[in-house]
Design a protein around this ligand. Structure first.
Ligand SMILES: Nc1ncnc2c1ncn2[C@@H]1O[C@H](COP(=O)(O)OP(=O)(O)OP(=O)(O)O)[C@@H](O)[C@H]1O
Ligand SMILES: C=C(C)CCOP(=O)(O)O
Length: 275
């Protein structure tokens, strides 16, 4: 995975981890949006071409040696969101029905298994980290997210690529709510001291009112109207929340589409820079 011990040499089932000597290298955190890697309108359906292209880009970047440590997060797309909405579970509405929790978590684990397999096929030493088993909202659905990072940090130190995903999360007073991949990205980036953060989705960046990609955002007020003006309320709220949270990070963050993934992983500016 480093320049000398390329993950690209570890093909097929032989994805392996080499000795590490860069214990303090800050990681790159990358989110693969659920709307990118799945067909959002068809329950539990992958977008095979998009997922393959994204995994190719990750494998190529690790093999090229520009990134020593990488954490991947993926969203729910037509896996988690489908089951969550069927059961009435969201980031704010919890459930105490164990079958509902199993349905949402099970779907996310199936998607996670697909992502892991495709990364490992390309020699990326990807391993799962399931947030339901780790995280909590100890102060209820309106409170913050507590995400212990010991396992992710240790896996990184041992040369793995941890792959987390949107999931169910234990929530005091509300049973189990949904934790989004975006929330996980923010916790991981701040807790691990990420050097760069990338959010890869179906849009080429944060768009202004004319549909043009905004090159750089350094204050929420400057784009609040644009984000608020987007058509679907929940989705525009999602992009607004993404931007607001990414602005709060120390590390530069980028929002980009499929074509922006390879440039981002090469260390170039890509899509919209949020800093
Ligand atoms: N100003 C904006 N610029 C760009 N996208 C916007 C804007 N306002 C709203 N959006 C919407 O935000 C979406 C991207 O965020 P969304 O959270 O839906 O994607 P994702 O992270 O790929 O999916 P998932 O939540 O399943 O992981 C775009 O598809 C677009 O419809
Ligand atoms: C719906 C579930 C379980 C995951 C949501 O994660 P997101 O797609 O990143 O918002």
């Amino acid at each position: 995975m480093t320049g000398d011990d390329s993950a690209g040499e570890n093909g097929g089932d032989d994805a392996a981890v080499d000795g590490r000597d860069d214990a303090d290298e800050p990681p790159v955190v990358l989110k693969l949006g659920g709307s990118l890697i799945t067909e959002k309108d068809r329950p539990e359906t992958l977008d095979d071409a998009a997922l393959d292209a994204a995994c190719d880009a990750v494998a190529d970047a690790l093999a090229a040696g520009g990134i020593d440590r990488l954490v991947v997060v993926h969203g729910g797309g037509s896996f988690g969101h489908h089951h969550a909405s069927e059961r009435g579970v969201s980031t704010t509405d919890g459930t105490r029905d164990a079958d509902a929790v199993a349905a949402v978590h099970g779907a996310m684990k199936r998607l996670n298994t697909h992502v892991l397999e495709r990364l490992r096929e390309r020699g990326v030493p990807a391993v799962p980290v399931h947030p339901l088993s780790l995280a909590a909202r100890a102060d209820g659905a309106d409170g913050g997210l507590d995400l212990p990072l010991g396992s992710t940090a240790t896996l990184l130190g041992e040369g793995f690529v941890p792959v987390l995903h949107g999931d169910g999360v234990a929530t005091a007073g509300d049973g189990v709510t949904v934790v989004s991949g975006d929330e996980l990205v923010v916790e991981l980036a701040s807790g691990l001291g990420a050097r760069r953060v990338g959010v890869c989705s179906t849009v080429p960046g944060v768009l202004d009112g004319d549909g043009t990609v905004i090159a750089e955002i350094d204050a929420f007020e400057a784009v609040a109207d644009t984000l608020g003006a987007s058509d679907a309320t929940d989705v525009s709220g999602g992009m607004a929340a993404k931007v607001r949270e990414l602005l709060a990070l120390d590390a530069p963050a980028y929002v980009f589409g499929a074509d922006g993934l390879a440039p981002f992983l090469r260390g170039e500016d890509s899509g919209t820079r949020i800093d």
